[in-house]
Design a protein around this ligand. Sequence first.
Ligand SMILES: [Zn+2]
Length: 292
Amino acid sequence: MRIHVIQTGTVAIKQVQTRGRSSGNPILNILLDPKWTEPLPIYAFVIEHPEGLIVVDTGETARVAEPGYFPWWHPYFRFAVREWVKPEEEIGPQMRALGFEPDDVRWVLLTHLHTDHAGGLAHFPKAEHLLSRREYANDIGVLGLVRGFLPNRWPRWFQPTLFDMQPEPVGAFQTSYTVTQAGDVHFVPTPGHTVGHLSVVVTTPEVTYLLAGDASYTQELMLNEQVDGVSVDRQRARRTLEQIHAFCRATPTVYLPSHDPDTPDRLANRQLAIASPASNTALIVGKEKSYA
Ligand SMILES: [Zn+2]
């Protein structure tokens, strides 16, 4: 199994969005913050798995540069986010450059449907798209649009396979949803950033990878358990960060958020979130198995 990271352009957001304030209205805090982040990478992942090619999130589309792509009336899109994506930076062309055909992808796993994770959906009309039922219900329709999703921009054919979490623990997570027959790729619930946000846990004999979507913008923010500025339920978001932190303490984990500039280096060097976790054995479906 091999994991590849693909950068589909960059995004700048308000600084208060990455590390939120515990007081005030989250949206107002963001709109009123005069300080922008540097342009942050937008990552998506391709997993070469014996059961087929897996894509985790689809990155952003170059269409963000089209006038009117974002709803003009929406204060977040109007005042609080800027994105830069060239056509050749979309996930489709980049996969082909790596020697993969997007039509060969078996599963597209979606952490959530914010535009910088769902922008590349159009490249995968033939794949099965997997998404939490809870997240989908939150992101669709006019309410989804008001909440900052772009359901009007998803491909017409987009009909994800929706699932609920199953009572099968994976490390610190009490529930999960297993994708592969081999039982080495799971969704785990990481709500906070969005109500149905999921992360993807990939277990290999050497190390466990946690593809965290936007559970935190950087590894440091996760280790400090610092909730972001868009989480509606800050308590729930903090519990998620505590759980991820506990997961990384218990098992050797490479932590890979979607916008952390260190993600590619960490992936390439298998750099652990916590250098000496409690056990030096990789996680296998709720149990731990030694490879010594
Ligand atoms: Zn997001």
